[in-house]
Design a protein around this ligand. Structure first.
Ligand SMILES: [Fe+2]
Ligand SMILES: [Fe+2]
Length: 179
């Protein structure tokens, strides 16, 4: 399970890198392909919020219940997943408007995108640098067996980074491969 979480984080980081490049382009007054931004948001909404975060939530809930963990860690983890979900929906709505040719000030779009990327990146860093190492150090093999049994989600093929890339994500996969 921890391996899956780390792998997802590496994948999400690749997407954030592309979004950062888009922000740079916008800052330089250049045009960006909003359809690609939309596809990235879709992926994060569908895969991250429906699979990655639920798996983390399960592990974190177990960790918080059975180990002594400072309050601020527990509060921060639950707040951040909620906040990320909200900010993702807001950005998604804004990009939809742009794709429908609504007039959206560039600054507004830039700000929303930047907030989104920074929030995702900071959350990922926090998990990778503090939460996951602490969990790894404190949970035993038995704990992991327990957690695997509790994970009720059916197997979910990653539609972008998995073996079978779905039609929707083909262009994005190519973009990722370009580095
Ligand atoms: Fe998370
Ligand atoms: Fe995560």
């Amino acid at each position: 399970m921890l391996e899956i979480i780390h792998r997802d984080h590496r994948n999400i980081n690749q997407l954030l890198r592309i979004l950062r490049k888009k922000i740079k382009l916008l800052e330089n007054d250049e045009k960006i392909d909003y359809r690609l931004v939309k596809v990235i948001i879709n992926y994060l909404k569908n895969y991250s919020d429906k699979y990655h975060h639920p798996m983390e939530d399960l592990i974190y809930a177990y960790y918080l219940k059975y180990r002594v963990v400072p309050d601020e860690v527990a509060i921060r983890l639950s707040q951040e997943h909620k906040l990320i979900k909200e900010v993702t929906i807001e950005l998604d709505e804004l990009v939809d408007m742009i794709l429908l040719d609504a007039i959206v000030p560039k600054e507004q779009c830039l700000e929303k995108l930047a907030v989104f990327v920074e929030l995702q990146a900071a959350h990922l860093m926090y998990e990778e640098s503090q939460v996951l190492p602490a969990i790894k150090a404190s949970l035993s093999a038995d704990d992991w067996v327990n957690l695997e049994q509790q994970w009720q989600h059916s197997h979910y093929d990653d539609p972008l980074f998995g073996d079978n890339i779905s039609e929707e994500y083909k262009a994005l996969a190519e973009r990722i491969n370009q580095g």
